[in-house]
Design a protein around this ligand. Structure first.
Ligand code: ZN
Length: 200
């Protein structure tokens, strides 16, 4: 005899695979979905099913997008001489919310983290260097988080960008040490972009 019906248990197990969702929260979410009209479950399932068909990765900046190039890369009103380098698409979205940065982005798709087996070749660093080499980029703003892996990635990038004819800047004050930038409020993040300084 199953205390929890297998279909419900399967939903709980799948929800619990998501980051930040433990078994308890997964159970709460699954029961919520079950209590609501079936249309919610169908809508959720359809959205999930179509996700990978609809969303792709921009071949220029490597963010998630429905188009390639993405809406930011193809927007003529944005200044392509500025590139903001971020770890993940979530960081790009956080910076976009500030409405302060009007340049282009480059999403590294992670950070250097030897403990997780992620080295520079797993990230979009060579692609960044190629972009800088092939275009008229004046400034690269490194906006990695002020965590240990974020700092290590920033140092590596700084080293790699030496000798390229670009100004390399980093986010300045405002972001607390150890904080992931996607969790910073938009005013703090805006201040950090405004007061960025040349990286050393
Ligand atoms: Zn793009």
């Amino acid at each position: 005899m199953h205390v929890i019906p297998p279909a419900l248990e399967s939903l709980i197990d799948n929800l619990a695979k998501l980051p930040g969702i433990g078994k308890k929260t997964a159970t709460r979410l699954a029961l919520y979905i079950l209590r609501k009209p079936p249309s919610l479950a169908v809508e959720l399932a359809d959205t999930l099913k179509d996700l990978h068909q609809t969303i792709q990765i921009c071949s220029t900046c490597f963010t998630f997008s429905e188009n390639d190039p993405c809406d930011i890369c193809s927007d003529p009103r944005r200044d392509s001489s500025y590139i903001c380098v971020v770890e993940q698409s979530g960081d790009l979205l956080a910076i976009e919310k500030t409405s302060i940065f009007r340049g282009h982005y480059h999403v590294l798709q992670g950070v250097i983290s030897p403990i997780d087996g992620i080295g520079p070749s797993e990230l979009k660093i060579n692609e960044l260097k190629r972009r800088i080499h092939n275009s008229t980029i004046k400034e690269v703003l490194i906006a990695t988080s002020s965590t240990v892996p974020g700092e290590a990635t920033a140092s590596f990038l700084l080293d790699q960008l030496q000798g390229h004819n670009v100004r390399v800047t980093r986010l300045a004050c405002g972001i607390p040490l150890g904080m992931d930038i996607k969790y910073a409020d938009k005013h703090t993040l805006a201040k950090a972009i405004e007061t960025r300084s040349t990286a050393e």
